[in-house]
Design a binder for this molecule. Structure first.
Ligand code: ACO
Length: 311
């Protein structure tokens, strides 16, 4: 765990600034020897237990992540091996940053609706602290490590995923990046020295589009299904900044009390924040059968989306 007070000793920041500007008090840092895939596998095992299913039942494993174990192969392939799923189960990663979980959910839903598969695991797993410049106060105070998972099946009984909506605005690729380590800037001594493998962000710009696009995506999810804000029992929103969530809550007229919040303890865990907060809400008894659960997320790309679930 890394608290705001710990960060005060590392960069020119303070607990009050971080709490008032973001809502974050502490974040989790994965131990050495733990990777993005090992966190994902642990989360998926818990999801399978909760569903009363065995790994062999999975027809597909999708990992939303921009912090894979390595560029090749996919983190999901490691997960398949670690949990002992079938070797015939296609396993792949989605690169949609903080929106990776909703992108994965949408893909799983489409495969299930067309009858190509029956059961999919969708995981959000992210270890952004290993892509962090701990001398850059603009970014290092925001992020934490984590993973969450769900199992989606064809058995619905009138419940399940009602709709998903995905969006990308490629004109905004510059405001949130890990610029080094790809084909454009292959790893070299120079890219390492310049910290090009660390996350870079224009926070104010991300903030503005986050409020607007997340609110629009929420409204699209509701209007598509003929639902009103008061019909929603739980909002599992990507947790980037408490001020973003408060602004979205006001814009879409869903009280903040209905949001599943864990930003204070975990910071921004990118694609993992929705499944982690959903899991916590379910275990706390906040979600009942037939409740409407709204999911919204936005991240680098800029990519964003929404999903409406009849629980
Ligand atoms: N501690 C103390 N002061 C800081 C820190 C810090 N950690 N970081 C920045 N500051 C200073 C700035 O230098 C600036 O000082 P100045 O006025 O002397 O120039 C001042 O605080 C205000 O900086 P802003 O960038 O305007 O602060 P803002 O209120 O916009 O908050 C923040 C910054 C928290 C990054 C906010 O813009 C934000 O949350 N944006 C969303 C970005 C995000 O969450 N991205 C994650 C990935 S995308 C997603 O998940 C949605």
């Amino acid at each position: 765990m890394l608290t705001n007070h710990d960060l005060e000793k590392m960069v020119d920041t303070n607990d009050t600034w971080i709490r008032e500007r973001t809502g974050i008090r502490e974040r989790r840092i994965a131990l050495p020897g733990v990777y993005t895939s090992t966190m994902a596998s642990a989360a998926l095992k818990e999801a399978l237990d909760a569903a009363g299913m065995q790994p062999g039942a999975l027809d597909m494993i999708i990992c939303g992540t921009v912090t894979p174990d390595m560029p090749l192969p996919a983190t999901a392939a490691f997960v398949q091996r670690q949990i002992g799923a079938s070797g015939n189960c296609p396993s792949f990663d989605i690169s949609a940053a903080c929106a990776g979980f909703i992108y994965g959910l949408s893909i799983a839903d489409a495969f299930i609706r067309t009858g190509k598969i029956r059961t999919a695991a969708v995981i959000g797993t992210e270890m952004l602290t290993r892509f962090m410049d701990f001398e850059d106060r603009n970014t290092c105070v925001l992020f934490g490590d984590g993973a969450g998972a769900v199992v989606v099946t064809a058995d619905h009984d009138g419940r399940g995923i009602l709709s998903t909506h995905l969006f990308t605005d490629g004109s905004l690729t510059d405001i949130l990046q890990i610029p080094g380590g790809g084909s454009k800037e292959p790893a070299s001594a120079e890219t390492v020295a310049q910290k090009r493998h660390c996350i870079q962000m224009e926070g104010r710009e991300v903030f503005k589009v986050a409020v607007r696009y997340l609110s629009e995506a929420a409204e699209t999810a509701l209007s598509t299904n003929g639902k009103k804000p008061e019909d929603v029992q739980l909002v599992a929103a990507h947790q980037a900044n408490m001020r973003i969530l408060s602004a979205v809550s006001k814009r879409v007229s869903i009280p903040i009390e209905r949001f599943a919040l864990n930003l204070e303890s975990y910071g921004n865990t990118s694609s993992a924040s929705i499944p982690i907060s959903l899991d916590e809400a379910v275990r706390a008894g906040r979600v009942n059968d037939n409740d409407l659960v709204l999911m919204i997320a936005l991240g680098g790309g800029i990519s964003w989306g929404s999903a409406l679930i009849r629980w």
